[in-house]
Design a protein around this ligand. Structure first.
Ligand SMILES: *Cc1c(COP(=O)(O)O)cnc(C)c1O
Length: 445
């Protein structure tokens, strides 16, 4: 399986990342695209172009741009491409702000609790920023998080949520829930939630349904409009490769137009924006929620990356590659001498993490907590390590790095591997599995 888009990316070498035990001039094995996507060459080109326009045209660049990307409407170039990735209409998408700030903006509009219906349903162990946002929002409305937030956790002995359990909670508690908000793909376990059925169940109970797509956009195919999703937010530096901390976005279904909102001049009708009228007249749709003029350098970088997505055929073809790569990596890992199937691990785990009394569990071991079914995951496998050595995960992570395998550690004991469709290869998967085996052998003594 070739990797037609890989040539568009700058891949750090083993020397660049300080990997001392492999050939320095070769590209490293980068499996962190779920955390920070690699730099697409077109992004570098576009940012340099904008810097030159800034240097040569200065303020004129807003309205008179030598390359036809007037800064006042620079987001017009990215919105259709984002719409494609999200399965949304262009008017339902806004490229703006940052993820957590957008989450608050959306909750400000869509979390409208009443005394009877004030609860929020989410997954347990959501990304911390989301947890903090949820708790602070319910507190601002005078509720207590422990009462107002329902968190769903996996069954005893399981690592991820079952669809039937989520649907049951929605049905049972729906009348007291105002907002159902899950992540599309869970950052820790890699589980891709059944978005369509959760949305449908939530709406059947009269709840609003929102999604945090930080780990889903550019990773799995989405059909937000057709699934009748009310709103969603995302960031663009993970699978979208737009660069660290770069501009985020939000989606609002077109049926929501007359909602209470925070307003800013960039949400005002562009036809009269620069007449500086005193009364706010919003753009219809999601772009009416824009507050500030966007970072042009940030949008240019995102545009460069989205051009690579476009050339690659967007999510249809990429999803096929992602499924193949992830399955290939899984196949290699499950053949490891140190692999323990998840159902066995779930039984052993409480006995061995940090425990010294059982010789049986001293050997290093790992399982995969990400669901096995392709339609329940994207391009990520989360490896859970366990042994009486509580530092095992850390040691594995460091040693993998010395072999040029860049992975991402999540406390207390998970290493995430993300073979991304745009730039990773079968060889990357093979390196990861080979060096993991090597490292575990070194640590097994
Ligand atoms: C990456 C991530 C964030 C990061 O938030 P920022 O506002 O971009 O710093 C938040 N939530 C989730 C679910 C994430 O995966």
């Amino acid at each position: 399986m070739d990797s037609p888009s890989r040539r568009h990316f700058i891949i750090p070498t083993n020397t660049d990342i300080g990997a001392s035990r492999v050939r320095g001039e070769e590209p490293c094995t980068y499996l962190c695209g779920n955390s920070l996507g690699l730099l697409p060459k077109p992004a570098e080109v576009l940012v340099q172009e904008e810097l030159r326009v800034w240097g040569s045209r200065a303020v004129q660049g807003h309205h008179d741009h030598p390359l036809g990307r007037e800064w006042v409407k620079i987001t017009d170039h990215v919105n259709p491409l984002l719409g494609d990735l999200l399965g949304a209409r262009e008017a339902e998408v806004a490229c703006m702000g940052t993820l957590t700030a957008n989450l608050h903006l959306m909750m400000n509009t869509f979390y409208r609790p009443t005394p009877d219906r004030y609860k929020l349903l989410c997954e347990g162990k959501a990304f911390p920023s989301d947890q903090y946002a949820f708790a602070s929002q319910v507190q601002l409305h005078g509720f207590k998080p422990e009462d107002a937030i329902i968190e769903m956790n996996p069954r005893q002995g399981e690592f991820t949520l079952r669809e039937e359990d989520i649907l049951e909670v929605i049905e049972k508690h729906g009348s007291s829930i105002t907002l159902v908000i899950f992540s599309g793909v869970q950052y820790y376990t890699g589980q891709w939630f059944p978005m369509q059925s959760i949305t449908k169940a939530a709406k059947a109970q009269g709840c609003i349904c929102g999604w945090d797509l930080a780990h889903a956009i550019g990773n799995v195919p989405l059909s937000l409009h057709d699934w009748d999703v009310d709103w969603a937010v995302w960031c663009s530096y993970k699978y979208l490769n737009s660069g660290p901390g770069n501009i985020a976005g939000l989606y609002v279904h077109e049926k929501w137009d007359e909602k209470p909102r925070y307003a800013g001049w960039w949400g005002h009708d562009p036809a009269t924006r620069f007449l500086m009228p005193p009364i706010f007249s919003p753009i219809r749709g999601a772009q009416g929620l824009q507050l500030s003029n966007p970072s042009v350098l940030g949008v240019a970088s995102l545009l460069g990356s989205l051009q690579v997505f476009k050339e690659a055929g967007m999510m249809g073809r990429l999803r096929e590659r992602s499924v193949e790569l992830t399955a290939h990596l899984e196949g290699l890992l499950t053949r490891s001498a140190y692999f323990v199937p998840p159902h066995e691990a779930a039984v052993k785990l409480p006995l061995c993490v940090g425990s010294t009394d059982s010789v049986q569990y001293r050997r290093p071991a790992f399982t995969i907590i990400t669901p096995t079914a392709a339609n329940s995951r994207g391009s990520q496998l989360s490896l859970l390590f366990f042994s009486s050595d509580t530092e095992l995960m850390q040691k594995v992570h460091e040693r993998l790095g010395s072999y040029g395998v860049m992975t991402d550690e999540r406390h207390p004991n998970v290493i995430r591997l993300a073979p991304t469709a745009l730039y990773n290869t079968i060889e990357d998967c093979e390196n990861a599995a080979k060096y993991l085996e090597e490292v575990l052998k070194e640590l097994d003594n």
